[in-house]
Write a protein that binds this ligand. Structure first.
Ligand code: AMP
Ligand code: ZN
Ligand code: FE
Ligand code: FE
Length: 280
């Protein structure tokens, strides 16, 4: 059995449709997946329908960027159903913030001399959650770059020449909205939050007291030592050590569903532990 709890589709910035992602996972023998598109649940209905006839379980989810003083903190939210609810209702506001920011980024690019429009970036997206990756894809289509990652490197990365901030929830607010919606919030890829190994425990203890349900320990960019360090912190805090590939199709080359770069193993028991966290 294989588990992968961090996947993106065209509903945000992956390059495959939700159904294609589900079928690929099933073909690879993955038993449980979570679709975690940025700021949207738009892909969940299609993913559920694709999973229904296949030997695969689908957990509905999303990935949020939240405010954090020392680095980039992302929050994965599991068992978030695509219905009205406290967090679900805030997702539209987050996407609206993306739209304002996308327009500002495109303006900045035009000032820098790039011939690109917001409509061209939106045309690259297959769903309602449009972001920097689609602007990067538009620049690639226009011939300015060979790959999404090069547009990020030269212009769109945090702090880059065309970077613009966007509105975010605070970590506390996102965690409590997730719990109020019957979902389980988990810190994604902690290596990006700008803390040293010795600082994770205190930070996650504080967030656990606010309702955090897990830590994404098993992640392609984490060394084996960091994976076990984070898993042991989760253990000590009584929350779940989760994991996933962060598959984006060809949008993030070199990653496969279920195995990441070949060395990703997410233990099966994570799924039941997460489900238990939902109701306690
Ligand atoms: P946004 O959600 O619009 O802020 O864009 C952030 C997303 O862009 C991330 O979630 C990644 O999927 C993608 N991304 C970030 N950095 C890079 C990069 N260097 N190359 C390609 N994609 C990236
Ligand atoms: Zn992404
Ligand atoms: Fe992320
Ligand atoms: Fe992600």
């Amino acid at each position: 059995m294989t588990v992968d709890l961090h996947l993106h589709s065209k509903a945000s910035d992956g390059t495959e449709s939700p159904a294609q992602v589900v079928r690929r996972a099933a073909r690879l023998g993955v038993a449980t997946i979570a679709l975690t598109d940025h700021d949207t649940l738009a892909g969940i209905a299609e993913a559920k329908a694709a999973a229904a006839p296949l030997p695969i379980d689908l957990i509905p989810g999303t990935e949020l960027s939240v405010d954090w003083p020392t680095g980039k903190m992302h929050l994965l939210v599991y068992f978030l159903e695509p219905i009205a609810g406290p967090l679900q209702n805030r997702l539209a506001w987050l996407r609206e913030g993306r739209n304002h920011r996308n327009a500002a980024i495109v303006n900045r690019l035009q000032e820098l001399g790039y011939d690109v429009t917001l409509a061209e970036a939106e045309a690259q997206a297959g769903g309602p959650s449009v972001g920097r990756p689609h602007i990067a894809d538009a620049l690639v289509t226009k011939g300015y770059f060979d790959a999404r990652s090069e547009a990020f490197h030269d212009l769109l990365a945090d702090g880059g020449a065309a970077y613009v901030e966007r509105v975010r929830l605070s970590a506390e607010e996102a965690i409590s909205l997730a719990r109020d919606s019957g979902a389980v919030p988990v810190i994604a890829h902690p290596y990006t939050i700008g803390l040293g190994r010795a600082e994770y425990r205190a930070a996650f203890q504080e967030l656990t007291s606010l309702g955090l349900g897990g830590i994404e320990a098993y992640y392609p960019e984490h060394t084996p030592a960091l994976r076990s360090h984070l898993a042991s912190i989760a253990d000590q805090l009584g929350i779940v050590a989760t994991g996933g590939s962060d598959y984006h199709g060809t949008g993030k080359p070199g990653l496969e569903i279920g195995t990441g770069r070949g060395d990703l193993i997410v233990p099966d028991h994570v799924v039941a532990a997460l489900a238990a966290s939902r109701i306690t």
